[in-house]
Design a protein around this ligand. Structure first.
Ligand code: DON
Length: 575
C-alpha cells in the first residue's frame, strides 16, 4: 500500500461545536480516525458530515453519502451548500474507473454578452453579483440525482430526507455560520424573501447557538423527496422559481430550467513526480491549471530549498503565473468551442514554458501577455464548499459545489426557500477587456445563451506511484485561488512529506497572473523571506483572511483518514 507522509497522524478534529447526535440520529466519535475499512466523510459542517456518515452506516456507498451530505449542506451551510447552484463531482470507483460529473450552471437563453455593462460600457459589478439577474440556470439538483442514478444505490427520497428534517426541525447555528450570516446581512436584507428566511424580523442575523429553522426550504425539499429531482426543473416549483426571478428583473425562464442537463466528462490526468493526479476538466480550469503548474514545478528541486524558502515560493509563483496566463487566454466551455490549440497539461508544454522562468527575478505578467490587449488600471485597494467521501468498498468522491459568492446572489426565490447562485459573474463580463486589475475579456469565456461559465473549482484525486490507490482526495473553495490551494497541499505532501494535517494547515499564497502580485495568508512567511521576494521584483499583499478551506481524505498507514481544514470548524465523520 502506498502511504503519504512519514508519520502516521492520529486525527483529532479540534474545535467542533455542536457535534454529536443530529438529523438522522447518528453520533460521531471524532476521536477515532476515519478509515477506509469503514468509510469516511470530510466537509465544512459536522451536522452534514454526520448525515453522510449515517448513509454509509446504513449501507449506502460513497456516492449516496456525498449526495446526502451535499443536500444537507444546502440547509446547514447556506453560504455555499445549495439547491440553486452547481458543482463538479469526481468519483474514483472501486472498479478502478475515474468519472467526472459536471453540473455547472449555464447562462439563461436570454443572456447577452454585454448584459452586465452600464450605459458607459463599464462592468456593473452589483448587477453581476446581487439579485435575480446574476443567476445562472442551477445544476445541483439534477446533478446530484444523476450521480445517484448512475453510481449510487439508495433511493433519492432517502438521501433528501435528512436535509428535509434539518430544515424543518432546525439546527444549531455554529460560529462559522453566524459569521457568514453576519457578513452577508446587508446583501440578504436587500431582498424581502431572503431576509424572511435568513434574518430575524428586526433585520439582525441569527447568532451562534440560535436554532435556525427553514420551513420554506423544508417544504421544497419535501416536494423533491416526494416528486423527484425533476420537480425542481418543471412543474409548480420550477414556475415559482422563475416567477420570482423574473419579477425581480432576472431572465431565467421555464424553458431554461427544463432544458438543463448535467454532463459526464472525462477527467484530466497527469503525473507529479510519479504520483498520478486526476482532476477537473473544462468547463473548470481547475484541473488544467493544477496539472500545468505541477508539470512546471517538476523541473525544480523544491525539496532541497525547503518549503518556505524564497526560492520555492518564487518558483511556485512563476509557475502559477504562466498557468493562469494560459487559463485567461484559452479556457472556457468546451461545448462552445473553447479548445486550447495544444495540450496545456502536457510535459512538453511545461518544458517549453519552464525555459522562461528565471530564479533571480520575477517575470512581469505584462511580459507574458502576447495575444492580449491588456488595459492598465491602477490598483485599488467568497463561497464554495468541498466535501470528500470514501466507502468501505474503495469508492472515493471529491465534490465541490458553489453558489459562487457567499450566499450566491443573496436572492431567495419567492416562498421556495431556494437561495440562487450568482455564477454569471464567472463569465468574462466585458468582451475584449482584460485589465491589470484582474478582469479577463478573451473570447472563450464570454457570455452566450446556454453556455457554461469557466470555473476554477478543482475536485482532485492523487494516486500513488502505482496509479492504483487514492492517497489524497481534496478540493477547496476560494474562486480563482482554488487550483493554487490544491497545488500547495499536493506539493506539501509530495515534495515535503508533510503529514496530511501539516499539509492542509500550512500557510498559503496565491498568484493569478493579473493582478501581478502575490497574495499571502496573513502571518505567512517571515519578513526576511518577504524581503527576498520583493528583491526579485514581486509585489506582496496580505490577503483578507484564510485562503480556502480544504476538506480532504489522505492515506496514512494504509487507511484513508479525514482531514478537515483548521481554518474553519469543519468536520469528519465515519459510519
Ligand atoms: O466556479 C468557480 O470557480 C467560482 N464560482 C467559485 C467561487 C468560490 O470558490 C468562492 N468561494 N469562496
Amino acid at each position: 500500500m502506498t502511504s503519504i507522509g512519514r508519520r502516521v497522524v492520529l486525527f483529532i478534529a479540534a474545535g467542533i461545536a455542536g457535534a454529536g447526535c443530529h438529523g438522522d440520529g447518528v453520533a460521531t466519535d471524532y476521536r477515532r480516525p476515519s478509515s477506509l475499512e469503514r468509510g469516511a466523510v470530510a466537509c465544512v459542517d459536522p451536522v452534514a458530515a454526520d448525515v453522510g456518515g449515517g448513509v454509509l452506516r446504513r449501507g449506502g456507498n460513497a456516492v449516496d453519502a456525498a449526495v446526502a451530505t451535499a443536500l444537507a449542506l444546502a440547509v446547514t451551510w447556506p453560504a455555499a451548500g445549495n439547491l440553486g447552484g452547481g458543482g463538479f463531482l469526481l468519483l474514483h470507483r472501486a472498479s478502478g474507473e475515474d468519472v467526472f460529473l459536471d453540473f455547472r450552471e449555464t447562462a439563461p437563453a436570454g443572456a447577452t454578452e454585454t448584459m452586465y455593462l452600464d450605459d458607459a460600457g463599464r462592468i456593473d459589478d452589483h448587477r453581476a453579483s446581487d439579485g435575480a439577474l446574476a443567476v445562472g440556470v442551477p445544476g445541483s439538483v439534477r446533478g446530484l440525482d444523476e450521480a445517484r442514478r448512475r453510481y449510487g444505490t439508495m433511493p433519492w427520497r432517502e438521501l433528501v430526507a435528512p436535509a428535509c428534517a434539518l430544515a424543518r426541525d432546525g439546527f444549531i447555528v455554529r460560529r462559522s455560520l453566524a459569521r457568514s450570516l453576519a457578513n452577508a446581512r446587508d446583501r440578504l436584507a436587500a431582498f424581502p424573501d431572503s431576509a424572511a428566511v435568513y434574518l430575524h424580523a428586526d433585520g439582525t442575523p441569527p447568532r451562534e447557538g440560535d436554532t435556525l429553522r427553514l420551513p420554506s426550504l423544508a417544504s421544497t425539499l419535501d416536494t423533491l423527496a416526494r416528486d423527484g429531482a425533476d420537480a425542481f426543473y418543471r412543474g409548480p416549483l420550477a414556475s415559482a422559481i422563475v416567477l420570482a426571478t423574473r419579477r425581480a428583473g432576472g431572465c431565467l425562464s421555464e424553458t431554461d430550467l427544463d432544458a438543463y442537463a448535467p454532463n459526464w466528462r472525462v477527467p484530466v490526468r497527469g503525473t507529479y513526480r510519479g504520483f498520478h493526479v486526476v482532476g477537473a476538466p473544462l468547463p473548470s480550469s481547475g484541473g488544467t491549471v493544477l496539472l500545468e503548474t505541477l508539470n512546471l514545478l517538476e523541473g525544480f528541486d523544491l525539496r532541497t530549498w525547503g518549503r518556505d524558502d524564497a526560492r520555492t515560493v518564487h518558483t511556485m509563483v512563476e509557475a502559477m503565473r504562466l498557468a493562469y496566463r494560459d487559463r485567461a487566454r484559452w479556457l472556457g466551455d468546451p461545448d462552445r468551442g473553447a479548445a486550447p490549440p495544444f495540450d496545456l497539461t502536457s510535459k512538453r508544454h511545461a518544458e517549453e514554458l519552464r525555459r522562461g522562468i528565471r530564479l533571480d527575478r520575477a517575470t512581469p505578467s505584462l511580459d507574458i501577455a502576447e495575444g492580449f490587449d491588456v488595459v492598465f488600471e491602477p490598483e485599488e485597494s467568497h463561497e464554495t464548499t468541498h466535501l470528500t467521501v470514501c466507502d468501505a468498498s474503495g469508492n472515493v468522491v471529491s465534490l465541490t459545489t458553489t453558489l459562487n459568492d457567499s450566499f450566491g446572489s443573496a436572492f431567495v426565490a419567492g416562498d421556495t426557500g431556494v437561495l440562487l447562485n450568482n455564477e454569471m459573474s464567472d463569465f468574462d463580463l466585458k468582451p475584449g477587456f482584460t485589465s491589470t486589475r484582474g478582469p479577463i475579456g478573451t473570447p472563450p469565456n464570454r457570455i452566450a445563451p446556454g453556455k457554461r461559465m469557466l470555473s476554477s473549482m478543482a475536485p482532485t484525486l492523487v494516486f500513488g506511484t502505482d496509479g492504483r490507490e487514492v492517497v489524497l482526495a481534496l478540493g477547496s473553495p476560494g474562486g480563482r485561488t482554488i487550483p493554487n490551494t490544491v497545488i500547495e497541499v499536493i506539493v506539501n505532501v509530495v515534495d515535503f512529506e508533510m503529514t496530511p494535517r501539516e499539509a492542509v494547515d500550512h500557510g498559503r499564497f496565491h498568484h493569478q497572473w493579473l493582478p501581478d502580485r502575490i497574495v499571502l495568508e496573513p502571518h505567512y512567511l517571515d519578513e526576511a523571506t518577504r524581503e527576498q521576494l520583493r528583491g526579485r521584483g514581486h509585489v506582496l499583499r496580505d490577503g483578507d483572511g484564510p485562503q480556502g478551506d480544504v476538506h480532504a481524505l489522505a492515506r496514512v498507514g494504509g487507511r484513508l483518514v479525514g482531514v478537515a481544514d483548521s481554518r474553519i470548524d469543519g468536520a469528519t465523520a465515519a459510519p
